[in-house]
Design a protein around this ligand. Structure first.
Ligand code: GRG
Length: 299
């Protein structure tokens, strides 16, 4: 019962924050006439489509948990979502996962064309850094945040994880490799989202580290759940093609550990995430509720 009350309270808060994020994303993508209309349409089609907004919400919740203001963290929240949207557009391309469905509608290259989708991804990636650098009120923190985000999105983290994931389709599967891929491919943006919120709130190093650990564990739980949903989710609810991991003989948690063991691993990661922010007391209640929701999500 306490858990239910806590989640209802968090859900209301998240709905409010999601509206704030969506309206800021809309504002940040009203670009000048120099941006070709079809390119802008493709960027907005993918970015503003109905997503969970997990990463921007994490930026904002982490900032709040550290006593910061939502307005100060909003540009960073939007920047992380732009990078997430670019990574989804590129991941869906024929040269990568070759998907037709994303967020419940045709993928960007299906709706527009391949060249436009590549460019829309490129444009969102670069716009993210423009927004972060220009709109973060503390110019000192803007530089630090740009560096953190660039590192998380770069060759040793997000892009590197994606490259290794593609290579792993040819074999050599182990739990160690799987976790190494997902700590970077999925985990990097989730982890940096929590860290950016803390940095923008002016948190001290132990708090930044606590939120980094929270994000790391949450990222793992999120990926395991994603793999589980690929096996047992409902396509109409998840909003993307399911069963494709098995079709492509992809390296996944259920493939290596089985369903039950994967569920247990996800729950253990959620508990570790919650433990990491125990020291924040009631200020971490939304982060804790969100972590528990992640392992039970249906989309
Ligand atoms: C192309 C550089 C590059 C990276 C691609 C995003 C990604 C890396 C791969 C997508 C494949 C995948 C299914 C990863 C699992 C985790 C994940 C990123 C799921 C999608 O994120 P959600 O569920 O999506 O938060 P919404 O639409 O709710 O934002």
């Amino acid at each position: 019962m306490t858990g239910t009350i806590c989640w209802e309270d968090t859900k209301l808060h998240l709905d409010e924050l999601r509206k704030t994020v969506d309206s800021a994303l809309d504002g940040f993508t009203r670009l000048s006439d120099d941006c070709p209309p079809r390119l802008l349409q493709a960027m907005r089609y993918s970015l503003l489509a109905e997503g969970k907004r997990l990463r921007p919400l994490l930026v904002l919740l982490a900032a709040e948990a550290c006593g910061g203001r939502v307005s100060d963290a909003l540009p960073a929240a939007c920047a992380v979502e732009m990078i997430h949207a670019y990574s989804l557009i590129h991941d869906d391309l024929p040269a990568m996962d070759d998907d037709d469905l994303r967020r419940g509608r045709p993928t960007c290259h299906r709706q527009f064309d391949e060249a436009t989708a590549i460019l829309a991804g490129d444009a969102l990636l670069t716009l993210a850094f423009e927004v972060l650098a220009k709109h973060t009120s503390s110019k000192g923190k803007a530089g630090e945040c740009c560096a953190l985000l660039a590192q998380a999105a770069g060759p040793c983290r997000l892009v590197g994880g994606q490259a290794d994931d593609i290579l792993a389709e040819t074999g050599g599967h182990s739990l160690e490799l799987l976790e190494r891929i997902h700590r970077r491919k999925t985990g990097a943006l989730i982890e940096v989202a929590s860290v950016l919120g803390a940095v923008l709130a002016g948190a001290d190093e132990p708090r930044i580290q606590a939120l980094s650990e929270y994000g790391r564990q949450l990222g793992l739980a999120f990926q395991i759940t994603d793999d589980l949903l690929d096996v047992e989710g409902e396509e109409g609810v998840v909003g993307k093609r399911l069963g494709k991991d098995q079709d492509r003989r992809k390296l996944t948690f259920p493939g290596l550990l089985g369903m039950e063991q994967s569920r247990r691993r996800a729950m253990a990661a959620v508990e570790q995430a919650c433990r990491a922010v125990e020291g924040f007391g009631a200020n971490a209640r939304h982060l804790t509720a969100l972590a528990r929701y992640i392992a039970e999500r249906k989309r």
